[in-house]
Design a protein around this ligand. Structure first.
Ligand code: NAI
Ligand SMILES: CCCCCC(=O)/C=C/C=C\C=C\C=C\[C@@H](O)[C@@H](O)CCCC(=O)O
Length: 256
């Protein structure tokens, strides 16, 4: 899929990885609706992006992925503004074991919620053009991260959901590809003050620090560049792309 003239929705787009994903999509010719709860950061980012890429290239919509109503309104506005949706990046997420129910609601349920709303706009069975949906999962979705069991569960669920939706789409004829980004640590706000985010597992902070030391830390652009591969390569469906400091690799899942 070439990106020129395509339209994307990115959740959690005001900061961090979502900001990087939005920027790389715009740099490659797509128009982007940036969804986030951080209204001030989102609005000022979109003003800057429109100055760089031309008025109307980027749109900010205040949206909490925990809200079905807000997601439906945001997707409707994006469709009306851009004439359709070709790409969805389900990126919004938190890591906080002390508020683990919220993490489940945002990281897993938010991905499911946004995906199902996107199907209404994107699926060829609903008159849509098809397209691609990319989830920002995590390396923690491919193997247990002892310091944050619920975060691990949400990301494992995102990987499983992505692979199942990829298969369902292929059989159903949605015309939509589903893939997951699985980065290691990335230099964003999420990895600042990790001990305060571990809740009852704060005694395992050293485990997290040792993993961070061992695996290293990516830049946002490392992740953003990897998105392009999953969006533009029409052969990619049901993939989990591991992004490590030593390079990238597609996860090879054991067949039953
Ligand atoms: N930073 C890291 O080391 C890694 C992060 N990830 C994942 O990448 C994604 C983005 O994380 P980062 O950019 O690192 O975090 P971040 O904290 O820098 O940015 C997250 C963005 O999502 C937004 N957000 C949070 N809850 C929301 C909600 N309910 N509705 C809408 N927007 C919401 C925040 O306002 C923020 O703009 C997350 O899903 C995270 O789990 C995956 C692997 C590594
Ligand atoms: C601590 C909060 C991080 C939140 C952001 C995020 O998603 C970061 C993930 C970074 C790395 C995840 C690594 C997971 C590794 C597991 O696969 C583990 O089982 C690997 C164990 C490797 C080892 O040598 O012990």
């Amino acid at each position: 899929m070439a990106l020129t003239g395509k339209s994307a929705v990115v959740t959690g787009a005001a900061l961090g990885i979502g900001k990087g994903l939005s920027e790389v999509l715009l740099q490659n010719g797509a128009k982007v609706a940036l969804l986030d709860v951080k209204e001030s950061a989102g609005q000022s980012l979109v003003e800057s992006l429109n100055q760089q890429h031309g008025t109307g290239s980027a749109l900010f919509l205040k949206c909490d992925v925990e809200s079905e109503e807000q997601l439906k309104a945001a997707f409707q506005k994006a469709t009306e503004t851009f004439g359709g949706i070709d790409i969805l990046c389900n990126n919004a997420g938190i890591m906080n074991e002390a508020t683990w129910e919220k993490a489940v609601s945002i990281n897993l349920m938010g991905v499911i919620r946004a995906t199902y709303i996107a199907l209404e706009h994107m699926s060829k069975l609903n008159g849509g053009k098809g397209g691609v949906i990319v989830q920002t999962a995590s390396l923690a979705g491919l193997g247990p991260f002892p310091s944050c069991p619920v975060y691990t569960a949400t990301k494992s669920g995102v990987v499983g959901f992505t692979r199942a939706m990829a298969a369902a789409s292929a059989v159903s004829g949605y015309g939509i590809r589903f893939n997951a980004l699985c980065p290691t640590f990335v230099q964003t706000e999420m990895i600042t003050n990790i001990p305060a985010r571990l809740g009852q597992f704060s005694h395992l902070n050293e485990v997290a620090e040792q993993l961070k030391e061992k695996l290293g830390v990516l830049s946002v652009s490392d992740v953003a560049e990897s998105l392009l591969e999953l969006v533009t390569d029409e052969t990619k469906n049901g993939e989990a792309l591991m992004i490590l400091t030593k390079g990238k690799a597609y996860m090879q899942f054991p067949s039953p």
